[in-house]
Write a protein that binds this ligand. Structure first.
Ligand code: ZN
Length: 269
């Protein structure tokens, strides 16, 4: 199979090379096919998902030369979907359990037609550039893509925040291993660590990661929701939320796309 080129949802705007030039001009990435040897990496149960994705992306990205662990989590997910669609096709059997009557069911999702992608809006100075079919480019509800951005919280604190990348996902996986004994069904403290990693400054000041974690732990619901909403508004990428009516009771369900073994090894019927 030949190579193909995709445009990252971030449009590559925040990636710079060592000279400060765009590392991924216009967000264009050229990829090769997923071969048996890459598929074997995904099948390895001993390795964690973030590391597997790093390893596979290193092998399938042809140009530009980038370290995939430095890419935003949302761009990495988009590359994973592009790889799947270009290797196997867009049809994916998705399982879900009705939250009203508990009936287990499955349906066929079209990964191209049934999922929406939010593309980053370009910096004002870049707006003059013409892109193909980017009708959402000027949507004023989508903020401009910048490496960091300020979030004014209802408690009066201003947070300078950033979006997470592959290295952060690896750090979170290590953190989870370290604190495994403290994780209970009721709470997983790694969510505080995850939020703390998104915070670069508090009221314009650098503070240690442990202080960021304690601050996030003490936030009330209104404050943490305001922060999460601000991050979500900034994050480009695939919307993984699906809405389906239960075939058994007819009730509406909303749930995220589940990743099963069939993502890269579809069932043949
Ligand atoms: Zn049901």
């Amino acid at each position: 199979m030949s190579t193909y080129t995709i445009t990252l949802p971030s449009r590559g705007q925040i990636y710079k090379d060592k000279d400060g030039n765009p590392a991924i001009p216009d967000g264009l990435v050229t990829m090769g096919p997923l071969r048996m040897k890459e598929q074997a990496i995904f099948a390895n149960r001993a390795s964690d998902n973030t590391k597997k994705l790093d390893e596979v992306l290193k092998r399938v990205i042809i140009s530009p030369t980038i370290d995939p662990s430095t890419l935003l989590v949302s761009d990495r997910l988009y590359l994973l979907f592009a790889l799947r669609i270009n290797t196997i096709g867009p049809e994916y059997q998705v399982p879900f359990r009705c939250e009203h009557c508990d009936a287990q069911q499955r349906f066929t999702l079209d990964l191209i037609k049934d999922l929406t992608v939010k593309n980053a809006r370009l910096d004002p100075s870049e707006d003059a550039k013409v892109f193909d079919a980017m009708t959402d480019l000027l949507d004023p509800s989508v903020p401009y893509m910048t490496e960091t951005f300020d979030v004014a919280l209802p408690n009066g604190v201003t947070i300078t925040a950033r979006l997470l990348n592959g290295n952060d996902e690896n750090a979170i996986a290590s953190y989870q291993k370290r604190i495994r004994t403290q994780i209970s069904a009721a709470s997983d403290p790694s969510i505080f660590y995850r939020m703390a990693l998104m915070i670069t400054q508090v009221n314009g000041k650098d503070i240690p990661i442990t202080d960021k974690i304690h601050m996030v732990e003490d936030w009330d619901l209104r404050t943490s929701n305001a922060f999460s909403d601000a991050i979500e508004a900034r994050e480009p990428g695939i919307d993984l939320t699906l809405r389906r009516d239960c075939v058994h009771c007819g009730a509406g369900n909303e749930f995220p796309v589940a990743f099963t073994a069939e993502f890269f090894r579809p069932r043949t019927r």
